[in-house]
Design a protein around this ligand. Structure first.
Ligand code: NAD
Length: 329
């Protein structure tokens, strides 16, 4: 039996992984609620592999302990691996496998949902109508049809978002360091031109040293007045204090965020009983034209099913000693 210790388990993870596990009777998974960190890594003693998520800390110390515990395989059930010390894992000959693109449409559809909800003030309407208030003051939006969508990063998710915007009858412009040949309906422009022309800007590039705080005071000033900004990529792409300044200066018609700089301690946790005294997220939420969701862009049945499917295939390729293109090197 190949034994996997699954960290940071949520009810929905277990549902999808248990279902998929039926196809692989030679694999046994034990589920833990705790995140994988240097404090919990020792629990992996007696297992062959660990399964970790994007918010787990798989840094140097954790890998040291996993190695001592005899772990030879780290299965990441996510695409990103910036939380893993890959070099250290390689030193110990611990393989790291990930799930690269589970459902770009899941995230792109969420980006459009945020754009539409923020534009048409659906979050306000929901609350108002529940209180028998059927007034429309403050609810007026604008048509996306015939407007310009600016897509920053046209990889898998950005391309899916570009296609959705195209389907809405929008003019699509894009900025990327590489051009995606699939998007023959989109015009590639410079970042400055994209900022200047777009009525809707949607961010889909990864967070790197180059893209950190891509959206800050200077880039915000270059945007069209009344623009809608959507970020479903990574919080660090937007400098939150500058965004708040821009919202106060009435630069933005609306803002939709699935990711934000302060999200680390919030993501997937219920903190409704806590008093968040210094939160800049709380400040953002005080604006009527801002919607924030909790890093849920990926969260569809199709995506979770693809994540569990690929994770088991990754485990099987390790067990059968087959080279996998999902291996992180
Ligand atoms: P991808 O690798 O397919 O595409 C990323 C694109 O960004 C590439 O085309 C790349 O050339 C481009 N890029 C790189 N550096 C750039 C720069 N400096 N300026 C402009 N473009 C640049 O990745 P993807 O699968 O489309 O995912 C995009 C991002 O979405 C991920 O990095 C991740 O942060 C985020 N994501 C969010 C969720 C969620 O639940 N909200 C889920 C999955 C992924």
């Amino acid at each position: 039996m190949f034994k996997i210790l699954f960290y940071d388990t949520k009810v929905y993870d277990k549902e999808f992984f248990e279902e998929e596990n039926r196809k692989y009777p030679m694999i046994q998974i034990d589920y833990l609620k705790s995140e994988l960190t240097s404090n919990t890594a020792e629990l992996a003693k007696g297992y062959d592999a660990v399964c970790a998520f994007v918010n787990c800390d798989v840094g140097t110390d954790t890998i040291d302990i996993l190695n001592q515990a005899g772990i030879r395989l780290i299965l990441l059930r996510c695409a990103g691996f910036n939380n893993v010390d890959i070099k250290k894992a390689q030193e110990y000959n611990i393989k790291v496998l990930r799930v690269p693109g589970y459902s770009p449409e899941a995230v792109a559809e969420h980006a459009m949902a945020l754009a539409l909800a923020a534009n048409r003030r659906i979050h306000k309407a929901y609350v108002r109508v529940r209180e028998n208030d059927f007034s429309l003051a403050g609810m007026m939006g604008f048509n996306f049809y015939n407007k310009t969508a600016g897509i920053v990063g046209t990889g898998k998710i950005g391309a899916a978002m570009a296609k959705i915007c195209h389907g809405f009858g929008m003019k699509v412009i894009a900025y990327d360091v590489y051009q995606n040949p699939q998007l023959d309906f989109a015009d590639y422009v410079s970042m400055d031109e994209l900022l200047k022309q777009s009525d809707l800007i949607s961010l889909h590039c990864p967070l790197t040293d180059d893209t950190y705080h891509l959206i800050q005071r200077e880039t915000i000033q270059k945007m069209k007045d009344g623009v809608i900004l959507v970020n479903t990529s990574r919080g660090g792409l937007v400098k939150t204090n500058d965004l708040i300044e821009g919202i106060r200066a009435r630069k933005f018609f609306a803002v939709g965020l699935d990711v934000y700089e302060e999200e680390k301690n919030n993501v997937f946790e219920n903190r409704s009983d806590e008093i968040l005294e210094t939160s800049i997220t709380a400040r953002l939420l005080s604006f009527p034209n801002v919607i924030i969701t909790s890093h849920q862009g990926f969260f569809t049945r199709e995506a979770l099913s693809a994540i569990s499917d690929t994770t088991f295939q990754n485990a099987m390729s390790y067990i059968n000693n087959i080279k996998s293109e999902n291996e992180v090197t």
